[in-house]
Ligand binder design. Structure first.
Ligand code: PEP
Ligand code: MN
Length: 379
């Protein structure tokens, strides 16, 4: 393969709910194809304060006619259009001279679609009537793994009265040891769906392998990509082609830039419903499982328009430290908390030591509600 030729293996899955064709693969069969990819560039088109709606529509039409993507952001002061596409086409197009255009600036960051420059206003992700990234701080709680229908139900019934909107639980578990419990697979997904029926809580569960995408999408309301897979680019491309929100966990050794580039992989396929999750990074410290990088929260909020949530459970790895880190996460500006809760942590098949009992989780929420209020938000 020549240097300028990049292999793009295209996976387009059709005929199932939650799956659609992505921006880069609008047509074509499901079979892998090899295409030459053009270098992509992005520009911010700032419109004049007195531009007309007609100007705006014309700009979008002209961009689309040239095969460029157009993304409108109507702010309080200014309307901007983010344009993305073939570098050469963008450079050769005299956008500055179009009516209504004030200035055109290139986005210098390597991530484009997820950058705050491309879309200045916060992204709010709506899923079955619930909003992530809005004023309300969303709660994602549940066991590390789906263990049995009974235990899952017991946990969910303890969480639902506390106002937890999303039930988390892994049916496919990424375990360090091949001898540890690996999850129940589809049986576990069915348990999640049954408990969703019963409680109305929406389901968040991890996808580890592109081959399970159709299966996981059949049951999940939100698909989680775990820390170990943050740079599994084939998997990222795969979830870029689904029509469900994705919780992307930060790789345990990933920089903020790498984290955002992984989000860009998903967005580049057309799925912009991405929730970033800070879950602790590896440091020299061994008293805690990881080190919670709370500075990531305000930094990400600055660099991207995507919602940012915090998982204090995997960050510290011990239940006694989870409440303080949850409070701190909200003070730092997190849009949600992802917390492991188990009715009997001592019997949990995975991550028992970091799992809170429902009563401890309820007090955590009381404390967090006060901090949320101070931050002008609700829990
Ligand atoms: C989990 O959420 O249970 C999990 C495996 O998380 P992480 O990928 O952050 O380790
Ligand atoms: Mn876990």
């Amino acid at each position: 393969m020549g240097e300028t030729e990049l292999a793009a293996f295209v996976f387009v899955v059709t005929g199932d709910s939650g799956l659609k064709r992505g921006r880069n693969h609008p047509v074509g069969p499901a079979a892998p194809t090899v295409t030459k990819q053009e270098a992509q560039e992005a520009m911010i088109i700032v419109l004049k304060p007195d531009h007309t709606e007609e100007d705006l529509q014309r700009i979008v039409r002209k961009l689309e006619d040239k095969g460029l993507g157009a993304h409108i952001s109507k702010g309080e002061q200014r309307t901007i259009v983010g344009a993305i596409g073939d570098e050469r086409v963008l450079r050769e197009t005299p956008i500055e001279s179009w009516p209504g255009v004030e200035s055109v600036l290139p986005i210098l960051k390597p991530y484009k679609l997820v950058s705050r420059e491309f879309k200045p206003e916060d992204t709010i992700i709506r899923v079955n009537g619930r909003e992530i990234g809005g004023r309300k701080i969303q709660l994602f709680a549940g066991p590390c793994a789906v263990e049995s229908r009974e235990v899952l139900e017991e946990i969910a019934l303890s969480l639902q009265p506390l106002g937890v909107g999303f039930l988390r639980g892994g049916a496919f578990k990424p375990r360090t040891s091949p001898y540890s419990f690996q999850g129940w697979g589809e049986k576990g997904l069915k348990m999640l769906a049954a408990v969703r029926e019963e409680t109305g809580m929406l389901v968040v569960t991890e996808l580890m392998d592109p081959r399970d995408t159709v299966l996981v999408c059949k049951y999940a309301d939100i698909v989680q990509i775990g820390t170990r897979n943050m740079q599994n680019f084939r998997l990222l491309t795969e979830v870029g082609n689904i029509d469900k929100p994705v919780i992307l966990k930060r790789g345990m050794s990933a920089t903020i830039k790498e984290f955002l580039m992984s989000a860009e992989y998903i967005a580049a396929q057309g799925n912009e419903k991405i929730i970033l999750c800070e879950r602790g990074i590896r440091t020299f410290e061994t008293e805690t499982r990881n080190t919670l990088d709370l500075s990531a929260v305000p930094l990400l909020k600055q660099l991207t328009h995507l919602p940012v949530i915090v998982d204090p459970s995997h960050a510290v790895g011990r239940a006694d430290l989870v409440p303080a880190m949850a409070r701190a996460a909200i003070a730092a500006g997190a849009d949600g908390l992802l917390v492991e809760v188990h009715v009997r942590p001592e019997e949990a098949l995975s991550d028992g030591p970091q799992s809170l009992r429902p009563a401890a989780f309820a007090s955590l929420l009381e404390e967090c509600a006060r901090i949320a209020q101070a931050m002008g938000r609700t829990l």
